[in-house]
Write a protein that binds this ligand. Structure first.
Ligand code: PLP
Length: 889
């Protein structure tokens, strides 16, 4: 639904179906248009201390109105604002003396920074890693997470960061004596509800005094009752130089913040030169005053209630961790700001689930589930994934907590039963999650657990048996929508319409997800592969982008994606990195990754070798001899296509190289390629015994011009002339087969081919049904495939195979979908190349760039055979696997 407001936020709400139309609210509860009741455990991230529609505060507004009080009246004194300032100062440590009102938390933080720099005349503001202080330009600079800073070109100039709860690190930083102020939260809220350890804040205060820095305490979220005390500083016994308040101060009715300074922090320049039109709003102050009255009335009864509820909430959540440690890993926080740390959803065989775990959307799915199934509103903290934030109004009741706990228990039981399908209904059938409509748990789908191999357990280098032992990673992404769908959580493969369409829409949203703020790559462990001489432990590094999304990335986004891949590979301490699918293209065939401290391969060599050997394998099956028939190569001038052509020339009878008709240089490039293959055949490759090799050698024997051209430096014009001369010589002999032809007219040429090998880089299928000879054999190397399923159905007389794949040395699969839906025991050849190089002890770059050396490709094919891999084919219609016998080259 388009709203005219933030479309990114809206699409998230739409994907999880949590765009409820809330029409009314009172206390901790709100109602939607259908009259459904929800209990609010978010309270606008702490800004609704008395819940929704608080009578007490509305009464204050009424009184303000009835009295005819002016809201804004600069330059005169704002009497309500003054009264609120006085009230606040009376409740705070007596060193705090001067209140500056603001309109938000971030603005209060901005004022604090101006105070600190103005007074100390030093520049640096030190904040904690994982901190959150708001999103205006200066506040966001103190918000350490680069996610919030980087997109806006904020480099953190004038800011520095230290680990939270690490006093020694702060002391060391302060010792440089260039720090204007240190800003900290008593409990890191958006960072995941992480409290300061006892004594830490007092230590910080002392360190600041010692080194001449000011101490800013950001109680925007913790202040005014959230932790069970009026201010969290009471518990820590600290006296900051500047205190920031906001959120609860406005009582959920108005925007109000405050920056409260000591004499040591105040300066006359700040007094003269800082102000804001809306800052001393009397109406806002009247609400703030009424809120303070509510909190302090009856000897602080509401604060005591909040403290009690905080303790009960925490005890109940801790108990859940005790009962379901496999579902809830921990609880952190203080008072009524708690976070439940969720275990990742357990379906390691599903890339989609792994991606959701890593990017934080699993936790959002849990929030959506609690909302749909139990009418409980929770959210995740802004900067920490995998946590549920629990932050109800201070007036929360035991019955509300009961409802939250019941929802969490329901979730835990569902996860324990392995029923991710029901959980994922938030994306495709949320209404069926309501208790009255809820289907029984999907039985018998308990998770299959795979062991994650800890990095330290697999040291590199030779192992005890003298075998080469290495670690690799292979980059993947879905090359077509079917790959995304195939990677769905267990139980979701067979959805019927209309659920299927909704689920597919969710998957599509995942595939299109912009990289910011998510880290695009995730890592998964692969099964170990062993051969007689090597051991390879591997990982898949995956992103969920479809080819269109990847190719649409801006250069900056591509760079970031590739850098993220490289970082993950570095963390995994790999020896080799292989590039799957379009990751080769966006790294210029690996050249952009050439300087990493591990080897990189495009995997194109083995892809080309397996793709071309597929012709022989398929020929054997169908009783068609490539030496006596015609083979066409589509996408011949690509880096894979070139090696395919070169290898086919060893045994094939006649080859036609097909190029792109839209490329004006295609013919010249193909002629040059054909000439270079002739030249290589003439250079005396003994393995080439087929008709083409024979014809070329015969032509050289007969034609002086062929010999002369073959001896000249291999310039494009020379190669083209060589090609022309050889073909003319062969034609004079009237041989039926024995040449390489070129064509940019696949419509005319392809229907004459007995074998077709297709290896384009197209983003979708390019080979249409009418382009094949009856009974032809088609070996499709391209990812995504050049042959669509519909084509295979339309031409049942043609034999269609997925090629560029290998039989693995064992009954192995990489995830439930085996990367692109390959049968067990079969792997992509580019992935296999990465494994083979790792098993062979190669630790350097292998064949990067678009020109692959043929002898290197032969070398890696031979190593593959030694390690037990073999060329394979998968029948597109029946999924039957055809593989070379072990040991057969
Ligand atoms: N400081 C802290 C500790 C916060 O939690 C927040 C908001 O979550 C802010 C500052 C920013 O407040 P606002 O969103 O009102 O700008």
């Amino acid at each position: 639904m388009e709203t005219g407001m933030n479309p990114e936020r809206q699409s998230l709400l739409d994907a999880l179906n949590i765009d409820h139309a809330i029409v009314s609210g009172r206390g901790c509860h709100v109602r939607d248009a259908e009259g459904r009741d929800y209990v609010d455990f978010i309270a606008q991230y702490g800004a609704l201390p008395l819940g929704h529609a608080p009578d007490r505060l509305w009464d204050a507004v009424e009184r303000f109105r009835t009295a005819g009080s002016p809201t804004l009246l600069q330059p005169f004194r704002a009497r309500h604002a003054e009264a609120l300032a006085e009230r606040l100062l009376g409740l705070l440590p007596d060193n705090l003396r001067w209140v500056t009102f603001a309109n938000s938390g971030a603005e209060a933080v901005e004022a604090a920074f101006k105070l600190a720099r103005g007074r100390t005349q030093k520049r640096t503001i030190v904040s904690a890693r994982n901190a959150f202080h708001g999103k205006t330009h200066a506040a966001v600079a103190a918000t350490a997470s680069p996610v919030y800073r980087k997109p806006f070109m904020h480099d953190g100039d004038g800011h520095d960061y230290v680990p939270f709860n690490d006093l020694a690190a702060l002391e060391e930083r302060l010792a440089r004596r260039d720090v204007a102020a240190v800003i900290l939260e008593p409990v890191q809220g958006e960072g995941g509800m992480i409290p300061a350890e006892p004594g830490y804040l007092a230590g910080v205060e002392a360190a600041c005094r010692k080194h001449g820095a000011l101490f800013i305490l950001d109680e925007v979220q913790t202040g005014l009752g959230r932790t069970g005390r009026l201010f969290a500083l009471e518990e820590d016994g600290v006296r900051p130089d500047i205190l920031c308040l906001a959120k609860a101060l406005g009582g959920g009715l108005v925007s109000l913040g405050a920056c409260i300074a000591s004499d040591e922090a105040w300066s006359s320049s700040f007094g003269y030169f800082h102000s804001s039109t809306f800052a001393n709003n009397n109406l806002s102050a009247a609400v703030g005053l009424a809120l303070i009255d509510a909190l302090t009335a009856d000897d602080g009864a509401l604060l005591a209630h909040a403290a009690t509820m905080g303790e009960r909430l925490r005890a109940r959540l801790d108990a859940l961790v005790g009962i379901y440690p496999d579902v809830f890993q921990a609880v952190t926080g203080r008072g009524l700001m708690q976070a439940v740390h969720l275990a990742p959803l357990d379906d390691p065989e599903s890339l989609v689930v792994n991606f959701m775990n890593d990017g934080g959307s699993s936790a959002l799915v849990v929030c959506a589930f609690l909302m749909h199934a139990h009418g409980v509103i929770t959210m995740t903290p802004l900067s920490s994934t995998g946590r549920l934030r629990i932050e109800p109004p201070l007036i929360v009741e035991e019955a509300d907590i009961d409802r939250l706990i019941a929802g969490l228990v329901d979730y835990a039981e569902m996860v324990r039963a392995g029923d991710l399908a029901t959980l994922m209904r938030v994306c495709y059938a949320p209404e069926e999650l309501r208790p009255d409509r809820r289907p029984a748990l999907v039985a018998g789908s308990a998770p299959v657990r795979t062991r994650r191999v800890p990095a330290a357990a697999n040291g590199n280098g030779a192992n005890g048996e003298g075998r080469s032992h290495g670690r690799y990673a292979f980059l993947i992404h879905p090359t077509e929508f079917a790959d995304l769908a195939g990677n769905a959580p267990r139980g979701l493969a067979d959805l019927a319409e209309p659920h299927r369409a909704s689920w597919n829409a969710f998957l599509a949203a995942i595939g299109e997800q912009r990289m910011e703020p998510f880290d695009p790559g995730i890592a998964l462990d692969c099964p170990r592969i062993e051969s007689a001489t090597g051991v390879a432990d591997g990982h898949l590094i995956a992103t969920m982008m479809l080819p269109e999304a990847m190719m649409a990335l801006t250069p900056r986004e591509r760079k970031r994606l590739v850098a993220d891949f490289a970082d993950i590979a570095l963390d995994l301490e790999v020896d080799m990195l292989g590039l799957g699918a379009f990751t080769s293209i966006i790294t210029r065939n690996g050249q952009d990754l050439a300087d990493l401290p591990f080897g990189v391969t495009t995997g194109n060599s083995l892809t080309a070798m397996a793709g071309s050997e597929a012709v022989r394998l398929a020929g054997l099956r169908h009783g068609i001899d490539p030496a006596e028939t015609k083979t066409g190569v589509v996408g011949a001038s690509g880096s894979v296509g070139r090696i395919v052509c070169r290898h086919l020339a060893n045994d094939c009878g006649a080859i036609t190289l097909f190029g792109n008709p839209d490329n004006p240089n295609a013919v010249a490039a193909l002629e040059g390629l054909a000439g270079s293959i002739y030249r290589q055949l003439l250079a005396g490759d003994a393995t080439a015994t087929g008709p083409i090799a024979e014809a070329v050698r015969a032509a050289a024997g007969r034609s002086e011009e062929v010999r002369r051209l073959a001896a000249e430096p291999a310039k494009p014009a020379v190669l083209r002339a060589l090609w022309r001369e050889v073909n003319a010589t062969v034609a004079r002999e009237n041989r039926p087969v024995g040449t390489i032809e070129v064509s940019v007219d696949p419509d005319a040429g392809l229907p004459e081919m007995d074998f077709v090998v297709s290896a384009t880089n197209a983003k979708g299928s390019v080979l249409t049904p009418e382009r094949f000879k009856p009974g032809a054999v088609v070996c499709d190397i391209a990812r995504p495939p050049d042959v669509a399923g519909a084509t295979a159905e339309a031409r049942r007389d043609v034999h269609f195979y997925e090629a560029g794949v290998m039989r693995l040395p064992g009954d192995i699969a990489f995830g439930r979908h085996n990367i692109v839906g390959l049968p067990r025991g079969v792997g992509l050849a580019c992935h296999s190349e990465t494994i083979v190089l790792t098993l062979s002890g190669v630790r350097s770059n292998f064949n990067l760039g678009s020109e692959i050396a043929y002898d290197q490709a032969v070398w890696v094919r031979d190593r593959a055979v030694e390690h037990g891999f073999g060329t394979a084919l998968v029948d597109v219609r029946s999924h039957e696997v055809l593989a070379m016998e072990r040991g057969e080259a």
